[in-house]
Ligand binder design. Structure first.
Ligand code: PEP
Ligand code: MG
Length: 315
């Protein structure tokens, strides 16, 4: 009996009533890709490409990049790999993509804003990704960080398609983009909520300051309201919305996110089994009830307590 129960706990993520929720890995380079590729998960939901170049002093060439991307894609033949284009600036400075000091780097020319000022960096990255995607059998999709408007999403999607890459998406990590996700996602194929930055910007609390961790808690009801709005907007234009922030690896919060309408969860690979188990114990309707309980709470602590109690009573 134990063996058959364990067999139930492998393969694609789904709720106990069979609602599919892809379980994906967050990775930062070739080594991570090889390790995650050997695990029972459906692919990569966030490849943080800037991690590969943190110590580079000059911009990598197309060939240098293609070699690295091939190494990342190869373990995922037949599976999806969502690549985030360079998210340079603020907490992830890159020497070759530095636009000089800023008063408020987290609110400055970072992520896609930096790509807009240095389009040659974006184009060489997209070219290398297209080459590596062609050379391997992975289902490669590309998304932009720090998108705030529909115009930015359209600009990015055009460049992705011009490079022959079939699928473009955006991270939803700016509250403005979350609230207008319908318009932003109309321009692209998918969205992925970055709850680390979304919490930072919703609560106006610097994610680099440990002393503010209570405000940065993704259980904050205000953050859940913004996630709910983003998912509702995505549903109206029939676009999938994943989560790739740390919150996706919290098994109780994962249930809430699914209840809010999230269609995939990307996390540290070590978290996948426990999230798969949590999903397998609850129906989609259960998850929706848990999401309501979380949003009906007044504080982050109340939201967690309400969801924990309700999740246990559902078992
Ligand atoms: C996020 O902001 O939630 C995210 C996934 O990206 P990063 O942590 O790399 O900013
Ligand atoms: Mg982010």
């Amino acid at each position: 009996r134990r063996a058959s129960a364990l067999a139930e706990l492998s393969g694609a993520g789904k709720t106990s009533d069979g609602h599919a929720v892809a379980l994906l890995a967050n990775i930062g380079g070739v080594e991570d890709a090889v390790a995650a590729g050997a695990q029972d998960l459906e692919g990569v939901g966030l490849f943080r490409t800037e991690f590969v170049f943190l110590s580079a002093t000059k911009a990598p060439t197309v060939d240098e990049q293609a070699e690295i991307y091939r190494g990342v894609f190869a373990p995922f033949e037949g599976r999806r790999v969502v690549v985030r284009t360079l998210d340079a600036g603020a907490d992830k400075p890159l020497k070759f993509a530095d636009l000089g000091p800023e008063e408020n780097p987290a609110l400055g020319r970072r992520g896609l804003r930096l790509s807009a000022e240095r389009p040659e960096l974006l184009d060489s990255q997209l070219e290398a990704l297209a080459v590596a995607a062609r050379d391997t059998g992975a289902d490669v999709r590309v998304m932009a960080p720090m998108v705030a408007t529909a115009e930015e999403a359209a600009w990015f999607a055009r460049r992705v398609r011009e490079n022959g890459l079939p699928k473009a998406g955006v991270m939803i990590e700016v509250p403005g983009a979350a609230l207008r996700s319908r318009d932003v996602l109309t321009e692209v194929d998918f969205g992925s909520l970055g709850t680390n930055d979304l919490a930072q910007y919703t609560m106006a609390a610097d994610r680099m300051q440990g002393a503010l961790s209570d405000l940065l808690d993704p259980w904050q009801p205000a953050v859940l309201d913004v996630v709910a709005a983003a998912c509702a907007g995505a549903a109206t234009v029939d676009r999938p919305m994943g989560v790739c922030g740390e919150s996706a690896g919290d098994p109780l919060l994962a249930l809430v996110l699914v209840g809010l309408g999230v269609t995939s969860l990307s996390m540290a690979p070590s978290k996948v089994p426990v999230v798969r188990l949590a999903l397998s114990l609850h129906t989609l309707a259960d998850c929706q009830k848990l999401a309501e309980a979380a949003r009906a709470s007044r504080t982050a602590v109340d939201a967690l307590t309400a969801v924990r109690d309700a999740a246990i009573s559902e078992l």
